[in-house]
Design a protein around this ligand. Structure first.
Ligand SMILES: [Zn+2]
Length: 296
């Protein structure tokens, strides 16, 4: 199978998968529980999710390693199991993907605020992400996505940790933005221009946004990224902004609705598309048709 860098260099569009978290909740993950424990408690569920996304037509399926950094796992007393969690999560994704899809390691925020806003130093964050990245390298992932980041310093530390641990593996870096009267900014105040500069400098192979917004706002965010970077842009919207209905969480954007926005993203020249919270294999199936149609 051809790799991510090769396919991006050839001008191809890569289809990533959809949500993992909401898929795990549908398989019994309790609120407040550690999603990464599925690697040893319910490996068959992780394999199933990867298989469902692969069958839906994803080129890239993620390993369930979003929170698998020692700093984040420490919140559950699980930091000593980082290596086991990462290796098993990648194995599960690989089994589900078979020969049909590439596997990427996900790296979300460390869950602590960096100095001067919080109590954790850049060095501690670097050590934590480096630990995870070294295991992802050992597991042989095809790519890494540093995602859902709101602090650009933390995102850059994670990208650099990945580049050091596996120089040949491409790193996609995406941040989560809010709409403000001054434009799109992360909750920590990072704008798109600043994100582009910092993440390019850190060595990202592609950059963009995931989570936080439905597909309409993501088209606006994508257009701004396209104006501000020459690197491939990656966009993974949520299935809208969720609402509570009769005690259940409802994600308002169905597959066909989102697929129309994916066509807009493709017309803008976005090169990696996928879904974030609330998206399902049905969404990815609809995105596949959009990608095959080239945005037409
Ligand atoms: Zn999300």
């Amino acid at each position: 199978m051809r790799g991510v860098s090769e396919r991006l260099a050839a001008g191809e569009v890569l289809l990533a998968d959809g949500a993992i978290g909401t898929m795990l909740m549908a398989r019994g993950l309790e609120a407040g529980a550690c999603p990464e424990t599925f690697a040893f408690e319910r490996p068959e569920a992780l394999e199933e999710i990867a298989r469902l996304y692969t069958e839906a037509g994803a080129d890239l399926v993620q390993a369930n390693t979003f929170g698998a950094s020692p700093l984040k796992l420490a919140a559950y007393g699980l930091e000593a199991r980082t290596r086991e969690i990462v290796l098993r999560a990648v194995e599960c994704a690989r089994r589900g993907a078979g020969e049909e899809a590439l596997v990427y390691g996900s790296c979300g925020p460390c869950g602590r605020l960096l100095e001067p806003w919080g109590d954790v130093s850049p060095g501690e964050v670097r050590e934590s992400f480096s630990t995870t990245m070294r295991v992802l390298a050992e597991a042989g992932v095809d790519a890494v996505i540093v995602e859902t980041m709101t602090d650009v310093s933390e995102a850059a530390i994670a990208v650099r940790a990945a580049r050091e641990a596996m120089p040949a593996v491409p790193v996609v870096a995406t941040m989560t933005f809010d709409r403000t009267p001054r434009g799109f900014f992360t909750i920590m105040g990072t704008g798109i221009e600043e994100a582009c500069r910092a993440l390019e400098e850190a060595g990202a192979a592609a950059l963009g946004s995931n989570c936080g917004q439905g597909s309409g706002a993501m088209v606006e965010i994508a257009a701004e990224f396209r104006r501000r970077t020459a690197l491939p842009v990656a966009i993974q919207p949520n299935a809208g902004i969720p609402r509570r209905e009769a005690g259940a969480t409802v994600w308002p954007e169905p597959p066909a609705f989102m697929a129309a926005r994916v066509r807009d993203l493709l017309r803008l020249g976005v090169r990696i598309v996928g879904g974030c919270c609330g998206t399902t294999p049905e969404h990815v199936r609809a995105f596949r048709e959009a990608v095959e149609g080239g945005g037409a």
